[in-house]
Design a binder for this molecule. Sequence first.
Ligand code: NCD
Length: 337
Amino acid sequence: MLILVFRNNIPKTMSGNSFTKINGDFKHKDILSLSQFSTSDLTLLFKHIPTMKVLAANAKPSELLAGNIVTLLFYEPSSRTFGSFGAAVKQLGGQTIDIINPQQFSSVAKGENLEDTIRVFEAYGDAIVIRHPEVGTAQRAANIAQFVPVLNAGDGNGEHPTQALLDLYTIYEKFNRLDNLTCVFAGDPLNSRTIHSLMDGLSLYNGNTIYLLSPKELQLSQNDITKFTKKGLKLHIINNGKDMPKTADVWYWTRVQKERFTDLKAYDKVKDSFYLTKELVSQFAGKDTIFMDPLPRVGKIDMLVDEDPRSEYLRSQIRNGMYVRMALMALVLGKIK
Ligand code: NCD
């Protein structure tokens, strides 16, 4: 006798609201925005990271996600987010369906719409990780998917919540706190989705000050300045490296987001605005300042800075991306609590 067991036959949310708060329970929730998280949700996630490090160090994959399939649907280029989600699922014994550049290599090229694409991949697996150039697409996908959680791997210049989770963990690991920090976020605060999500995360904690260093054209939008100030962040908008604070806790360098420009001349004008050099480090960094970057580094950090022990971008920040995504996938798929 043939017995059919459908893995995803339970509707994922009764509320129909994709921005559902985590509220201590990740199971089957879409992960679309840092605004779904509270400090205790972050603590819960972080609690699992040491175990994930041990599991990742084992030669054999863990069986936590054995039998699970996760679709990685990436409409925009990616190295770290795609690679670490893939590694995270595989480290835990699961498998991935890798849809890279669907505009060229899937039926999207034939004109298939997002609705149908999502409906198809939710039939094949247990979760969908999506990156897309348009703000709000992850949320749209989450509203379409009836049975599986959708995780936002970056939507245009909107949000990048899982990057913020790994950035927050990297800071937490170094300072053992996420409050009363002084940070410099340099580059492209207007367009950097990683800055937007990280600011959301830091605004959950008291006493955080952020210096946003950028050319005037790339300043954080007035809407965001108002939003984050209301949420309790102390912001300083600066356009000159000379105005950087001495001995901040965190430097977070971002790339000028070329793909968000319609006018390439405007891009050329600002593309190399703030370059992180050994000279800048010796002038402004403290002995405990850490240097972070979501990468790619394109035009912003001198390779001579890599060897500095305070540089975390090619060290813990990369590895934490995999550990954090391991814990997150296991939580969302209900394998750990
Ligand atoms: C970032 C992104 O895609 O937003 N990269 C990443 O996910 N680590 C940053 C960038 O592309 O500049």
